[in-house]
Design a protein around this ligand. Sequence first.
Ligand code: DGT
Ligand code: CA
Ligand code: CA
Length: 364
Amino acid sequence: MEDRVIFHIDFDYFFAQCEEIRAPELKTKPVCVCVFSNRGGDSGAIATANYLARKFGVKSGIPISFAKKRLAEIKNSVFLPVDFDYYLEMSEKAMKIIKKNADVFEYVGKDEAYLDVTDRVNGDFNRASHLAQQIKNSIRDELKLSCSIGVAPNKLIAKIASDFKKPDGLTTVSRESVEKFLEQLKIRAIPGIGKKTEERLVQMNFETIKDLKKLDVFTLNKEFGRKNGTYMYNAVRGIDNEPVKERESSIQYSKIVTLKKDSKDYEFLAVNLAELCKELHMVLQKNNRMFKSVGIQFIQSDLTNKTKSRTLKNHTSSLEELQKNAKQILRDALEDQKNPIRRLGVKVSELSEIHGQSDITRYF
Ligand code: DGT
Ligand code: CA
Ligand code: CA
């Protein structure tokens, strides 16, 4: 059954590392990448931070103002706005290198992928380790980007292993060493085990994966529900049969803005939407892309999320089409809208490259 060789690759402090790559002088400074909302000042959240900034307690998701307080004493700390287009470009280049080295490639997100390499290493973990090191070297040589790789018999262990020695880690867990590797780890190393579950387990005096193995599946199911209980029972034993599923980066482009005021007024929203479309269209042109699907996104005043999209008959690159469709979706979406909207977004997907198009039309 478990004769597979699986990689999990995760880029280190991704957005912040991208910033360091284009401005190497940042490397010696605490760097925070910020999603500023346009409500002025420091309102907004930290997307990520480099490891220097993390030493001061800065991490993803905290308010920018908290991060500034934590780094108040550190004169050379740097706060940069996110540049998603640039990170996406870096991601695409790195993923291209990674993909070449996989039998099966599963894109998980901008900075993360699973690979099944069983065939190309003939099931051998030594060869797999070398291959992982080669991938790390290629990504570093070509892009100066560092990543962490976990090599293991399944996706679960590979994911835990990629996180084991971060940044710039390479951890190989062969079939024989799964049990030993897992037992030393804290329960929180298991993906999907949140703070609450962990706290509860610590109260019950379970701290490491080794401890947790003492619980039988019935007790776990009773405590945490059947789905989570069974998952935990298997996870602490290193059992996971999920296949690596071929998936490309289904790229989409999007733009989102925090509105000057919360609103559900069509005219107000339409003006903002038209502007977002314009910005998005510029990105599309720069990347030579046509789109076939248009969607809008509301983040409502209670911070819940709502999306609506439609698929067009044909690919297009027209700004007019983009604005027209986005506004129609907006009108539909507002019909049963109860909450005012705090942030408004537009996205396009089902992209295709514009190439040779002018050549084709020349023949008609
Ligand atoms: P790592 O992998 O621990 O070295 O650090 P990151 O920054 O690569 O963390 P990861 O893998 O969880 O997330 C990848 C990128 O996704 C990260 O660079 C920024 C973005 N991201 C993660 N968490 C958040 C968040 O809470 N808010 C926002 N806006 N972006 C986030
Ligand atoms: Ca990462
Ligand atoms: Ca990640």
